[in-house]
Design a protein around this ligand. Structure first.
Ligand code: CP
Length: 324
């Protein structure tokens, strides 16, 4: 059975196949009728134990564009608040015939547990687990970088060899950073993490990337600069960095952005703390791909669901668009 739990599980060929399939899906989005019949009769469950705007809506849109039935489950307002376990929740979903379960959970490892428990038969997709991984975010980020740095058509079949990507900020609490480090290096990119010493994870020395504490020195050598949200909800209040001090050392403002090469892009997975890790001037500039990343997330998640559930049939044919 196939699942998507960690970006570290993907080979270079797996990742390029997903990005190429996402390009096919994006062409469907350019058509007047945006739907494919590929997953008709299949059921995708969005199982969200933690808040989300982009990921949940994006998976819902992706599944619906592939004609799957979608069940949205949010822990808030469910029997989880009465103490129901992950196992009993999973068994309930299994009884409803879930072909895929997209799970976001505050506990690192919850998607792995679900995939290997025997509680459900369907494919499991990790939509963010604790501070561990967020593989589809890394895939949509890589898709966005490949389009911007290699080209939409020129990028087909290509990876990100030789591109220099800088990831800045609260790496300690960031599942986005961890998944991106794994995926980007698998795709041949050189990754540098820039963070305050207190927000660098113990064990980062074993990650396949460089670590710097000097953002201004790294910016001129970057093809893409990914700003991370400072995740106060995962910090002890005593360790909150002050907004002023943090943004002075590690925030991206217009003056700092001017140090980047002209072709380089600014990325942010969202949600943003405007004024903390990124100024409004940078967030709203043409060089910032945050909104483009959200749009690309739908095509990327269509590709993931298609490859996990649809598999053998062609994803897109000239007559495949449907009004259903
Ligand atoms: N980037 C991201 O995961 O956003 P959400 O938390 O809104 O899903």
């Amino acid at each position: 059975k196939r699942h998507l739990i960690s970006a570290a599980d993907l080979t270079r060929d797996d990742a390029v196949l997903i990005l190429d399939t996402a390009e096919e899906m994006a062409r469907v989005a350019d058509r007047p009728i945006k739907k494919l019949p590929t997953l008709r009769g299949r059921t995708v469950v969005n199982l969200f134990f933690e808040d989300s705007t982009r990921t949940r809506i994006s998976f819902e849109a992706a599944a619906k564009r592939l004609s799957a039935d979608v069940i949205n489950f949010s822990a808030k307002g469910s029997s989880v608040s009465k103490g129901e376990s992950l196992k009993d929740t999973a068994l309930t979903l299994e009884a409803m015939g879930a072909d895929a379960v997209v799970i976001r959970h505050h506990a690192s490892g919850a998607p792995y547990r679900l995939a290997n428990s025997g509680w459900i038969d369907g494919a499991v997709v990790n939509a963010g687990d604790g501070t561990h991984e967020h593989p589809t975010q890394a895939l949509l980020d890589a898709f966005t970088m490949r389009r911007r740095l290699v080209g939409r058509d020129a990028g087909i079949g290509q990876d990100l060899s030789g591109r220099r990507i800088t990831i800045v900020g609260d790496v300690l609490h960031s599942r986005v950073a961890r998944s991106n480090v794994h995926l980007l290096t698998t795709l041949g990119a050189e990754v540098t993490l820039v963070a305050p010493p207190t927000l660098v994870p113990v064990g980062v020395g074993s990650w396949p990337c460089e670590v710097s504490y000097d953002l201004d020195a790294v910016l001129p050598k970057s093809d893409a600069v990914m700003m991370l949200r400072v995740q106060r909800e995962r910090m002890n209040a005593a360790f909150f960095p002050t907004e002023r001090e943090y943004s002075r050392r590690y925030g991206l403002d217009g003056d700092r952005m001017a140090k980047m090469p002209e072709h380089a892009v600014v990325m942010h997975p969202g949600p943003m703390n405007r004024g903390m890790e990124i100024t409004a001037e940078v967030a709203d500039s043409d060089r910032c791909t945050a909104v483009e990343q959200v749009a690309n997330g739908v095509s990327t998640r269509m590709a993931v669901l298609y490859l996990l559930l649809g598999g053998s049939e062609p994803a897109v044919t000239t007559s495949a668009a449907t009004t259903n």
